[in-house]
Design a protein around this ligand. Sequence first.
Ligand SMILES: N[C@@H](CCC[C@H](N)C(=O)O)C(=O)O
Length: 282
Amino acid sequence: MLFTKGHGTGNDFVILPDPDGTLDLTASLVAALCDRHRGIGADGVLRVVRSAKHPDGASHAADAEWFMDYWNADGSSAEMCGNGVRVFTRYLVARGLATAGPAGLPVATRSGVVHAVVGDPLISVHMSTPRVYAASTATVGPLTVPGVAVDCGNPHLVSALHDGVDLSSLDLTTAPGHDGTLFPDGVNVEFTTPGAPVDGADLHVHMRVHERGSGETLSCGSGALAVGAVALRDAGRTTGVVAVDVPGGRLTVTAADDGRWWLAGPAVLVASGEVDVAALVP
Ligand SMILES: N[C@@H](CCC[C@H](N)C(=O)O)C(=O)O
């Protein structure tokens, strides 16, 4: 099975070319590929399939030729992956499967079509508008931290740490506690602290994330979008630029004057090869 490995600010993916949707991709195969000791190792899998050839993409086939079939490392699938869209787009362009124009390259996902504008090293994605909708809490160790639910196509819980709590002190080796009624399908949990002013941004936030289905990752694009939306709301703003620093680097969230929300960051392809599926431990 051919694969490419790529990442966006350290959120890494195994990319599987499957234009005609013939691959028998199962949850156990995804988990085996993502295994960091016995497989290739990744936070998730991006299957590159024509929208018309995938049941979840077919309704978007007229608007986007390619569907990002995203899977978490545990073999569950998710609606959206902001870093994944950028890495997926980098792959499409690098392999000559699509051409990036100024209007952006449409990519179908389980939560609709997004558009990616390709630069080097950054790729910017016009994301769906994040919806900040309910107060909640996240529990990590002895701490219960107030937070807010944000729908970015996939579910997020953004929790700002109290003054004096060090972001690096959190143990995110297990999933933070959360309200299972508010998040019946699980949730990605972001913890934040404010950052010092940085050039080119109106606001600056540090973030760590525990992702549903993948554990703590070095970055989460949709999580950064959620964090950016909450930061702007808390600052009383409807537009602006938020620099979101994650352990793997910097993402930029922009709420533009025309009402569009953008996520920008690097996207890198690092290796390609062939995996011996029979050698993977299911
Ligand atoms: N890392 C991604 C989000 C991937 C999906 C998430 N784990 C979920 O289950 O919703 C990103 O960059 O957005």
